[in-house]
Design a protein. Sequence first.
Length: 255
Amino acid sequence: MKKYLGWRYCCFVVIWIITCSVKVDAASLGVWPINPRIDAPASATMVWVRNNSGTDDIVLQARVLKWSQTDNKEQYDDQDDLVVSPPLITVKPGAQQIFRVVNRKGVIASEADEKSFRLIIDEIPVEGKQNQGPLNFQMRYSLPLFVGIPAAYTDKNAGHRLRAMAEGLRYRLIHQPQPAIEITNVGSFNARLSRVRIDVKGASPIVVSEGLLGYVLVGATKSWPIDAKHLTAVQQKEITVVFEQDRQELEIASQ
């Protein structure tokens, strides 16, 4: 089974933008939804792509990789559960098309835990557009794809599931090799941590992340470095670590 290091897939575009003085029009391609999922009784989901360019065709190739987290790193592996149809499309200027992500075994079965994948969409070089300058890059999009509502929660509403996800999270402060907040997911749902803050009793909230901090997958542990201000806040006796998912504020308990 092939394995892929996380930075190759998640940081490719970021590294390119930072290190290369090239005009980047990331808005030339629209992709939605950005958080697709497949739940029973469905056997597939659709991801739309739109070519916002006024002049050029865009050729795109999509595939699905199994996503896990080990030793605080993202890991992507080949898998046989989900396939993309069609795997390769050409999108005309101003047009939109669909990638269908299909479960090979049909209707999604309820299991103990939610599964995690990444949908990778690569821009493929178009003949005639190459070598137009000293640098030639293609965009890569990596979308989280979660599959299956855990069996114990199939009859629960979305709010109940979000609270159950938060109840499966635990945080602690670690000092080595540098101060960091470590979050472990012992629950059945994958967690997306956005707008994270530390509420300190009698003081103003300390913002850790204005937007997306990251994900903690089922059974995984992830840590994020913190500065002196965050370190001081976490060390206080009466604090609450708060994050947002699906526009709902949730709390993380301490270990």
